[in-house]
Design a protein around this ligand. Structure first.
Ligand SMILES: CC(C)(COP(=O)(O)OP(=O)(O)OC[C@H]1O[C@@H](n2cnc3c(N)ncnc32)[C@H](O)[C@@H]1OP(=O)(O)O)[C@@H](O)C(=O)NCCC(=O)NCCS
Length: 209
């Protein structure tokens, strides 16, 4: 994905032979947390997300991935308190992505699967429907496009889905792979998006000063 120079991006795909190495990056707390997870798929996505973020911050700071301090805030967000970076993680299927920037950022990735397009009514404000319907997007991708764009923004804001996706409104330039997403309060987020095979990926950043 083409991103501005100050937005740093890292992507991993699950590979069995890498599990031991990625596992060695985890802190004691993360190993404990992962141990309490019941579903194997959740264990895998947690490992992949942490490995992606630790690898990225390792590259940016020169530290070993395992030496990087990560904390989880009460709202679920991951932060890297000893670095100057805002960070965000997302995982879906066998992939995970991590981003870091001095600007506020959020990322989302979703595997595109069959889902009724009617679910869009839980995502879109009525004022957005005409715009979204006018986009040259194949029908089965419309839901995933809108969803990932909005979730990336809600993660950058830090609420996640505790805040309704209807409170952030889309203005999508589909052919450019870009969108402006406006909060009800007026703040504008810039989002880049891309389809990678059967995954939709979106990165939201606050505008540069
Ligand atoms: C955050 C949320 C949008 C994630 O959606 P998802 O599609 O299930 O998962 P994604 O792969 O896109 O993102 C997961 C990552 O988002 C991050 N995250 C969690 N809460 C977040 C928040 N409030 N803001 C930004 N990022 C958040 C975490 O790093 C998480 O990965 P991890 O648990 O492996 O560390 C969704 O779970 C949500 O909104 N939850 C409500 C907030 C909440 O309950 N937070 C947990 C409180 S303990």
């Amino acid at each position: 994905m083409q991103l501005p120079d100050d937005i740093h991006f890292y992507q991993l795909r699950y590979e069995l032979q890498e599990v031991a190495r990625w596992g060695s990056y985890l802190s004691t707390e993360e190993v404990e947390r992962r141990g309490l997870m019941k579903a194997e798929s959740r264990k895998q996505s947690f490992l992949l997300g942490r490995a992606a973020l630790r690898s990225l911050l390792g590259e940016l700071t020169g530290a070993a991935p395992a030496a990087i301090e990560l904390k989880v805030l009460d709202d679920g967000r991951v932060v890297a308190p000893k670095t100057p970076y805002h960070v965000s993680i997302a995982h879906s299927g066998d992939r995970a992505v991590a981003i870091a920037s001095r600007r506020r950022v959020g990322v989302d990735i979703e595997q595109i699967v069959e889902k009724p397009e009617a679910l869009l009514r839980f995502v879109l404000h009525k004022d957005e429907i005409e715009h979204v319907n006018s986009l040259p997007v194949p029908n089965n991708k419309r839901l995933f496009l809108c969803w990932t764009l909005k979730e990336a923004v809600l993660k950058a804001i830090g609420t996640g889905l505790l805040r309704s996706p209807k409170t952030v409104k889309l203005e999508i330039s589909y052919d450019l792979g870009r969108a402006n997403v406006k909060e009800d309060e007026g703040f504008l987020w810039e989002v880049r998006f891309e389809q990678q095979e059967d995954y939709m990926l979106a990165v939201a950043v606050e505008p540069a000063e």
